[in-house]
Design a protein around this ligand. Structure first.
Ligand code: CDP
Length: 788
């Protein structure tokens, strides 16, 4: 898209340097742990070594004897205020602190309040808890067996570990299509638990002012307004009303969905501050973060695809067991317990589909957060892209040709999927052709054939994914009843400078820059003259926050709509100043002028001044507007990724030799930021594909509880990403933009797995679960006589 604004204004399509970077690269950001208040106390948490156990007693005497330790808070203390349990975002219940039993290893058991952080930690070590271990259930399939111990004994009517059953689509039509199919493929696909591992762990500073009766909480949250409302609802009975709660989400070092839930540490810190009247800081350490905070994925999928011998797909059937840990604390829109997993028909024109998911309790930390993904979209994309590849290989058709044959065609948009979603726009073949050209697909195929003759293992994998991002619309989407719209409020000062506040909260995505660009685009005010603020509930308009790539589709749209309201008023003021009729005025970025007389013009800065000094009588003074934008539909970004891998026959190591990513997020606000989002997203797709997994042994002990064995990709493992784009604007978004923040994380893993399976297909390998570690591949090679 060619920018409509000059570089000095810096509207859409300009790679404006990020306004936030000068403070970040100088180490001058303000993160929660940078907040230091007078008389601040520190909280540290005692955690359970057992995955399932009765608490017989808690002896706090040794901890309390340490100078500087002020209190040890237990579940029994919180129970006096009915604060020992809290609701989850999925209307389940979660312990703040347990009264009688623990449900997973590393669960919060008690909290120590002290004058210094290290004293609090010493205090936590000195608390003695006597546990009586209980039988542990870690496998969700075993959890469903009739003789499995019932885990949620706090729910008197609960007689098993099944949480919910959810299904979607036309079962009869799907079954019929499978009966009539000439070819079917079926595969079990496990998408393991992983952890978001943001650079900044979670934490807060809670400060209750007893005189004003006001609670201020600086916290690592992606959704400050929703948190304020939840706090008011949960703690209203102890006097915390919503107008007396201020949540401030300062700079955040990565969220990726992991900073959406409310963790017990936040609640305990708030309770401790309310009780003591002093500020209380709680900051997780790295191992607490990885062992106890919400996890992502853990989906056991059985997928089946039906089609004809000529490669025409007809139907998809999926059954899934979702391991949610001991409580359903997933951050999903209320109506969708399995998130937007029903985007699993992907980029393909299927006639029928049916999907079922069953949520299950196990003795693990709560899971189900949307790891850089719009609620289970990664799981859905992985399933359909693996299955499409499997089918193509099964019938001996080139996977690219197979996809092109089955893609939804550009003229079919808006397209109603077999599972009922209305895709806004797309040109899937366009993106795939571009990726094939960029990577030299035909030559790579020849190279692979040559290498296979020589016994070398090289694979080419494609992932042509479609995402669904930007929740609302509010008629379908809410979280705990809070409708999923988002907001912007813009105020133009007399000198033509502006401040704009949004209901979302950047965690590193660069909103201060891109939101300013949206306003610059609409009003012609230079980006440098626009201050953007988010994350303070006392000042920002109400919004549902930033996750699921929703900021551009919702708050970004609200910014454009609010700016347009201001432009409408500016036009009236310009007409008055120019003594012209409004209909005779034309707009170009930054000024209104009289048609045919470009010299008779008023700049937005002149108009701003007039709004406060010389506005027409009868019109309200000032120049500001607010928009609560309820999107009419979601946006459907997409892309085609092609990955080339070489496999070391001796070690089983997979090396990503090339990776081409062609993305389409409609009109782009800032190409440099989008490029950055894609680079980061691809690396966060590489990690779970090759390295990352959280596992538990039979006793519920976490096996990857630190970065010593939970492997994140570093610059050494990360290949040189080759990116490109196509542009298919969203027809309903005011700027034609779609979200992009998560596309690469969602799309990348399937391309990598497909490449590895492609390299090994001739050996009889049909599927490998991620992460594809060297031992897994080495074992397959050994079984197939390739290596000794
Ligand atoms: O909600 P979140 O910010 O994580 O996701 P997003 O809306 O996809 O935006 C991620 C970043 O990319 C933001 O800074 C957006 O403004 C920017 N972006 C863009 O420049 N053009 C687009 N079409 C989409 C996003």
């Amino acid at each position: 898209m060619t920018p409509k604004t000059p570089a000095e204004i810096g509207g859409m399509g300009h790679s404006v340097k990020r306004k936030e970077d000068p403070r970040f690269i100088r180490g001058q950001g303000t993160y929660v742990d940078d907040i230091v208040l007078p008389d601040m106390l520190y909280l540290d948490i005692v955690r359970s070594p057992y995955a399932h156990a009765t608490i017989k007693s808690i002896d706090t005497s040794k901890a309390l004897a340490i100078p500087g330790v002020l209190a040890v808070i237990t579940g029994k203390d919180l129970a006096q205020y009915n604060l020992h349990w809290m609701p989850t975002l999925m209307s389940d219940t979660q312990m703040v602190l347990p009264v009688d039993k623990v449900m997973y290893q590393a669960q919060e058991v008690a909290a120590v309040l002290a004058t210094e952080r290290y004293i609090a930690a010493d205090g936590a070590d000195a608390v003695e808890v006597d546990y009586d271990p209980l039988p542990v259930v870690v496998d969700p399939k075993k959890a469903l067996l009739p003789d499995a111990p019932v885990l949620r004994t706090d729910k008197p009517d609960k007689k098993d570990n099944h949480i919910w059953h959810w299904e979607w689509g036309d079962r009869a039509a799907t079954d019929q299509a499978f009966k009539e199919a000439e070819v079917t493929v079926k595969e079990d696909i496990y998408i393991p638990r992983i952890h978001v591992s943001s650079i900044e762990t979670c934490g807060c500073v809670a400060s209750f002012d007893k005189v004003k009766g006001k609670l201020t909480v600086w916290m690592t949250t992606q959704a400050p307004h929703a948190i304020r409302t939840v706090f008011a609802l949960v703690a209203g009975h102890v006097g915390l009303a919503e107008h007396k709660i201020q949540i401030i989400s300062p700079d955040i070092g990565g969220g990726f969905g992991g900073k959406v839930p409310v963790y017990p540490g936040y609640v305990i810190a708030v309770a401790a501050s309310v009780l003591t009247g002093k500020p209380v800081k709680w900051i997780e350490d790295r191992m607490e973060n990885i062992q106890a905070d919400s996890f992502a994925r853990d989906y056991h999928i059985t997928a089946e695809l039906a089609g004809k011998k000529d490669g025409q797909l007809t139907a998809l059937r999926i059954k899934t067991i979702a391991d949610h840990g001991y409580t359903d604390a997933a951050a999903n829109p209320s109506k969708f317990p399995a998130g937007l997993f029903h985007i699993c028909t992907g980029s393909y024109d299927l006639k029928a589909a049916h999907v079922e998911v069953d949520g299950v309790y196990t003795n693990k930390p709560p899971g189900g957060i949307a790891y850089r993904c719009s609620f289970r979209v990664t799981e859905a994309v992985h399933a359909i892209e693996r299955m499409a590849d499997l089918m193509a290989h099964e019938i001996g058709m080139d996977p690219a040709e197979f996809r092109i044959k089955n893609f939804i065609k550009p003229e079919q948009f808006p397209y109603k999927s077999a599972l009922g979603w209305e895709y806004d726009s797309g040109d899937y073949a366009g993106a795939l052709h571009k990726a094939m050209e960029k990577i030299g697909y035909a030559e790579l195929k020849k190279e692979q054939a040559e290498k296979r003759k020589r016994g070398e293992l090289m694979g080419i994998g494609i992932s042509s994914f479609t995402e669904i991002v930007g929740a609302g619309p509010s008629k379908h989407f809410d979280i705990l009843g809070l409708k999923m719209f988002d907001s912007a409020e813009i105020r133009i000062h007399p000198t033509g400078k502006a401040i704009a506040r949004f209901g979302t909260k950047s965690q590193g995505q660069g909103h201060e820059t891109t939101y300013a660009q949206i306003i610059a685009e609409e009003l012609g005010i230079p980006v440098d003259d626009i201050a953007v603020e988010e994350g303070d509930t006392d000042t920002a308009p109400y919004g549902l926050g930033t996750y699921a790539s929703r900021s551009t589709p919702t708050a970004g749209a609200a910014g454009a709509v609010a700016a347009r309201k201001i432009r409408d008023k500016a036009k009236k003021i310009a007409a008055y100043l120019l003594e012209a009729h409004e209909d005779d005025l034309e707009w170009e970025p930054g000024k209104f002028f009289v048609k045919g007389s470009p010299d008779r013009a008023k700049t937005i800065q002149e108009i701003s001044l007039a709004a406060y000094t010389n506005h027409p009588q009868g019109m309200e003074a000032g120049l500001e507007a607010v928009s609560y934008y309820d999107p009419p539909n979601l946006t459907y970004p997409f892309g085609s990724y092609i990955c080339v891998v070489d496999i070391d026959k001796g070690t089983g190591e997979v090396k990503v030799r090339r990776f081409v990513a062609v993305d389409d997020c409609g009109n782009i606000i800032n190409p440099m930021i989008v490029e950055g989002q894609i680079h980061g997203g691809l690396t966060m797709g590489l990690g779970p594909s090759l390295y990352e997994e959280i596992q538990y042994d039979e006793s519920g002990n976490i096996l990857q509880g630190s970065f010593m064995n939970y492997l994140l990709p570093t610059a050494v493992e990360t290949p040189n990403w080759e990116t490109d784009k196509t542009c298919t604007p969203s027809p309903h978004h005011p700027l034609g933009a779609k979200g992009v923040g998560e596309s690469a994380t969602v799309g990348a893993p399937a391309a990598i797995v497909n490449a590895v399976v492609d390299a090994l297909w001739h050996l009889g390998v049909r599927h490998i679960d991620i992460p594809i570690t060297p031992p897994k591949v080495w074992k397959l090679l050994r079984e197939n006589g390739v290596t000794e």
